[in-house]
Design a protein around this ligand. Structure first.
Ligand code: PLP
Length: 395
């Protein structure tokens, strides 16, 4: 037998964290890394945040799981809180981002079915998007590395160029029922949509009777210094998928929708065994307690501005390696002039964890609780890594 007991679908790096504290991770030998990845925008409160830890401990001892067969006071409470904080009127809780997208897609199909347009069974999505790794969510992207080996996939999605409003408009026909877009592409390389594009999609959706799904799985929950990224665009979706940050490390997601968009989501149309279990709800409540504290968002914007400025000051010292910084709040991308994956690996050996993304971007997604000391440390370690780095020369 040569296959590993753990299905070998990840090319894992050598870092093996066993403990975390705030913005730092430690392995069994006590080696330390500054965590500028946060488990890919998940650990928004850092590692071991006392409020989150206590909430989970207390809930685990009280009630961990019941069933969606029973009334769910914890879900009702959190749903009300999310409704009060957002455009949404109703919420379905999931266990992951991909499931939140699946629920969003089903909500669109169910809406057009319920309103007498069952043929509106396709959704316009955008090139280099990432919506997850389930069959429906890989169907929604044109990224070859996600689709390869699984085609033919359902043709529920029409992929057009990102940030190209004319292309989106041209793709509308009688089979189209919605747009689905990340306000800021994460895996695609921290590419913020232009305001004209997002606002234009909203206007097109209104004009043609389409729904607008925003995928805020990565950019939502205070990551950009706004509770949700669309707030900064002045665009309101009909449906929004969230996950990652909302659990602070606990696996949970949600599909939020307006009453109108959820018209088809009636009894029997959707479900989940674990979705919304009391332990997950306790984690989300604790995260929301912190991110809705007065000044929390301001602090994220402030730290984001400082990190951006520090990175911008560093770039000219290593201008054969680094090109520019982009993003919002603490969802930042450092664009490289060579393969970002290789440099992310090199940076790891200098005690800093980041995530590679498309377009040769190194993603910096630190805990939202990061302070000035860690920002200085981040830039020092990155500069150190840059000084000793020899990009592989293309053959
Ligand atoms: C991570 C991510 C997903 C998928 O979330 P999972 O929890 O991995 O299923 C979907 N959309 C975006 C934008 C993401 O970043």
């Amino acid at each position: 037998m040569t296959i590993s007991p753990l299905m070998p679908v990840y090319g894992r790096c050598e870092v093996a964290p066993v403990r975390g504290d705030g913005c730092y991770l430690y392995d069994a030998q006590g080696r330390e890394w500054l965590d500028m990845a946060s488990g890919i925008a998940v650990n928004c409160l850092g590692h071991g945040h006392p409020h989150l830890v206590q909430a989970i401990q207390k809930q685990a001892a009280t009630l961990m799981h019941t069933s969606n067969l029973y009334k769910a006071p914890a879900q009702e409470h959190l749903a009300q809180r999310l409704v009060d904080l957002t455009f949404a009127d109703t919420v379905f809780f999931t266990n992951s981002g991909a499931e939140a997208i699946e629920c969003s897609v089903k909500t669109v199909f169910a809406y057009h079915y319920a309103t007498g347009n069952p043929h509106k069974h396709r959704i316009i999505t955008f090139s280099n998007a990432f919506h997850g790794r389930t069959l429906a969510t890989i169907s929604a992207t044109d990224q070859e590395k996600l689709r390869k080996g699984f085609e033919p996939l359902p043709d529920w999605f029409k992929v057009v160029p990102f940030d190209d409003l004319a292309a989106a408009e041209a793709a509308i026909d009688d089979t189209v029922g919605a747009f689905m877009v990340e306000p800021i592409q994460g895996e695609g390389g921290i590419r913020p949509a232009s305001p004209e594009f997002l606002q234009g999609l909203r206007a097109l959706a209104d004009k043609h009777g389409l729904l607008l799904i925003l995928d805020e799985v990565q950019c939502g929950v205070a990551r950009t210094g706004h509770l949700f990224a669309h707030e900064m665009y002045g665009v309101t979706p009909d449906i929004m998928a969230i996950a990652k940050g909302i659990g602070g490390g606990f696996p949970v997601g949600a599909c939020l929708a307006t009453e109108k968009a959820a018209a088809g989501m009636v009894v029997g149309t959707h479900g989940s065994t674990y979705g919304g279990n009391p332990l997950a709800m306790a984690a989300c409540e604790a995260v929301l307690d912190i991110v809705t504290e007065p000044d929390f968002l301001l602090q994220v914007r402030e730290m984001g501005a400082r990190l951006t400025q520090a990175l911008e000051q560093m770039i000219p010292n290593h201008d054969t390696l680094f090109e520019s910084v982009r993003g919002h709040g603490l969802m930042l991308g450092l664009k490289l002039k060579s393969d970002s994956r290789a440099f992310v690996g090199h940076a790891r050996s200098h005690g800093i964890l980041a995530v590679a993304a498309g377009d040769n971007v190194m993603r910096l997604l630190p805990p939202l609780t990061i302070g000035e000391k860690q920002i200085r440390e981040c830039v020092e370690r990155l500069s150190e890594a840059a000084r000793s780095y020899q990009p592989a020369v293309a053959a």
